[in-house]
Design a protein. Sequence first.
Length: 496
Amino acid sequence: MLRFLACLVVVDLASIVSAVPVNSSSQAGTFLSCLSSQPSLNLATWHKDRREFTNLTAAFNQRLYSSASVAVSPKDANAVAAAVTCAQKFNRPVTARGGGHSYAGYGIGSGLDAGLVVYLSNLPNNELKEDNFTVVVGGGALLGDIALQLNEWGLAMAHGTGPMVGVGGHAGFGGFGFISRKWGLTLDAISAFDIVLANGTYVQGLTREQDPDLFWALSGAAPNYGIVTAYHFVAHQKPTNAWGKNSSPPELGIQAVIGANGSLVLSGLYYGSGENFTNLMAPFVESLPSGVSPAINCTMSWIDSLVVAAQGQALSSKGQQDTRDCFYARSLMTPDSDQLITEEAANAFFSYLQNTETTTQWFVEIDLYGGAGSYINSVPLNQSSFAPRSSLLTFQLYASSPTLNNPFPDYGFSYVDGMYNALVDPMKAAWSTTYGSYVNYIDPMLSPSEVKALYWSSQYDRLSQLRAKYDPDQTLWNPQAIQPTAVASRRSVREH
């Protein structure tokens, strides 16, 4: 049976840093003492030898493991600030874990030697607050729970389809859903941030007007500059109806999934009237080959459309245990230009899929981002740091181990690389530097130069300058985090 995951969250990124310090045992003891020195903050702390640490740092992608040494579970922003202050004082790298769905495991501390994982799920404001379409969402909230609460208020916003995905990395690096061509990415709805900066300073309600540069950086690369304890979103009135068809106006979201069994499933959701949908789809239905017919139209509520998009998975996290996988994935974002994928490239891609043997459980997911009227592509680059604004399609190339558990076979990496190369190599000359990759499908195998070019492109230099201003010591760290312009920053030159 075809398996696929849609629009999952991810973590920080950018250029590789040369070294992360490992502290001595005496320093480790001092660091733990710092974390426990303010009992009024009720900052639950676990060392890596504790079972609780293992549970808090379990990766969605099972082939990855945490190399952090301590995990904390703060209950408010002040406790987050205290934890980050201790980490900065004792030169410990920090990462934040929300839903834990980072493809590279960065949220659970993969590559974070001797570091600190800040677990966000116990923060307040996971019960949303609504005021005239503005909602405040805790940094550890999950997408399904957010959708259910918004629905009770008659509201909705664009976000991914995985109910157990955390909002932190999802909104921090993008956030795509079927209605994103009409409403934009999740990050496009952010009006303010509650954030703990890398120096431990807590800033509540940071707006674009208060700090245009920092707001710009947070709107697309947030985990590189601080830990967001709450997002302030401007939501929309939820659509009355959603129409689906399995088988472009911005109200139409389309996704194609190619499966290992040779299947091609085209699905989508249209947020509007049934009459308009029928007229819109008529040319497509008429063009289908003989013997191929679309599924029957169905109409549903907004919240039911989210359940359909989640392939029937319950939206509420209550009583739910998150699924896990063992996989490797890459992504490709094609330019929204006259340089469409050629017949040569398409033939090379499908020939590879058809003729290359593998026992991995793979799929290819293709989402429509751009096209006429797409909100995503209408946002100028100086409004947010999200770089691939001029994209037409986003490909997710994904392969799981044969058992969905460890070990992941070495040939799985080369198989996914082969998919990517079969599609990209024939197009490199035409696309030049205009194609990219999606940060929320993060690939830990990319080189520093590839990270810079594919994820951040022309935005990188400004992001790097702001990283030097707000986190010169790279306290907020992962192996692909944006590197500050000051190459001689302390963490990058210190020895182990």
